[in-house]
Design a protein around this ligand. Sequence first.
Ligand SMILES: NC(=O)c1ccc[n+]([C@@H]2O[C@H](COP(=O)([O-])OP(=O)(O)OC[C@H]3O[C@@H](n4cnc5c(N)ncnc54)[C@H](OP(=O)(O)O)[C@@H]3O)[C@@H](O)[C@H]2O)c1
Length: 316
Amino acid sequence: MEYVKLGRSGLKVSQISLGCWTFGRADTTYGQPGKVGVDDSVRIIHKAADLGINLIDTANRYTDGDSEEIVGKAIKGRRHEFVIATKVRGRVGAGPNDEGLSRVHIMDQVERSLRRLGTDYIDLYQAHSVDPTTPLDETLRAFDDLVRQGKVRYIGCSNFPAWVLAKSLWISDVERLASFVSVQPTYHLANREVEKELQPLCVDQGVGMILYSPLGGGLLTGKYLGGVPSGSRGEAKPQLVNQAQRLEKALGVLNEIAASYGKTASQTSLNWLVDRPAVSSAIIGVSRIEQLDENVGAVGWKLSAEDAARLDKAFR
Ligand SMILES: NC(=O)c1ccc[n+]([C@@H]2O[C@H](COP(=O)([O-])OP(=O)(O)OC[C@H]3O[C@@H](n4cnc5c(N)ncnc54)[C@H](OP(=O)(O)O)[C@@H]3O)[C@@H](O)[C@H]2O)c1
C-alpha cells in the first residue's frame, strides 16, 4: 500500500480506503443501502487493515448507525491502526433538530458516533453535505470546539461545491478556526465534474480529495456490459446497464489497456484516479472480500503517461 498526506495536513492515509456504507442491514430507515452482514463486514475491515488500508469511511446515518457499530466492533483493541472518518448532516430521526449542521445537531451526533464507534476520538469528522439553513460560521465553530476538546482530530466536508468550500476556508482563516483538510466528492473516469472548479481549488488550497464511488458503483468494473449480474448493486440500480452501454467504447479501451498491464478494469481505473491532482485516497466499496483483494491491486504500479492520456480521452 502507498500512503499520501491528506491535503496539507500531516495525516498520512492509504491511497485506497474502505467505505462502510454497505455494512449492515439493508432495510433501515435512513442512509441506505447496507447488505453485508456483521461478521463478513468485520472480516472485510480486518482484511483491509492487513492489506495496508488505514482510512475507513463511514457516516452517522449509514444503515441507521449499524455501519458505525460494525466499525467499532472491528477496531476494538486495535484503534491505533485506523484513521476513522465519519460524517454528520443527513436526517437521522423525525425531529426538527435531527439533521443538519447546527451546533445542537453536531454536538448531539458526535457523542452518538463516538459511542457506536467505541472510541474517544474521531480522526476525520466530515460535514456530509451543505446545510443551507445553518450559517457556516456556526458549523465551523462547533467543529473547532470538538477539535479543541480532543474529540475530533481533523475536519473535512463532503458534497460541497467549490464556492462553499472556498467560503468555509475563508471563514476558518479570518476567525482562526479549525479548517477543512479534505473534501469528499465523487470522481471517476466517467464522472469528471470536480475537474472544473473543485479540483483546482483543492490544488491551490492544499485540500485533500477523498473520493467516493470511485468505480461508479461498479460501472467501471465493466460487469454491466453483459446486463445485471445476479446479487450485484445493479439489481437496485438498473440504470448502470444503460450507462455501461453508453460507455461501451470507452470501457473497451479501459479493458484493452488493463490487459496490457495484466490488470483488471477496476484496478486500472482506480490507478488512473489516485494519480490525479489533489487526490489523497479513493474510497472503495466492496460487497465481498475478493473485491477488496482485487481493488487493492490498483496501487503499487503506474500507468504510463500515454495510457493515462488515452483513458482520459476515451471517457471525456
Ligand atoms: N459522501 C457521500 O455522499 C458518499 C456517497 C456514496 C458513497 N460514499 C462513501 O464511498 C464509499 C464507496 O462508495 P461506493 O460503494 O459507491 O463505491 P464503488 O467502489 O464505486 O462501488 C462499490 C460497489 O461496486 C461493486 N464492486 C466493487 N469492486 C468490484 C470488483 N472488483 N468487481 C465487481 N464489482 C465490484 C460492489 O457492488 P456489488 O458487488 O453489489 O455489485 C461494490 O459494493 C461508501 O462506502 C461510502 O463510504 C460517500
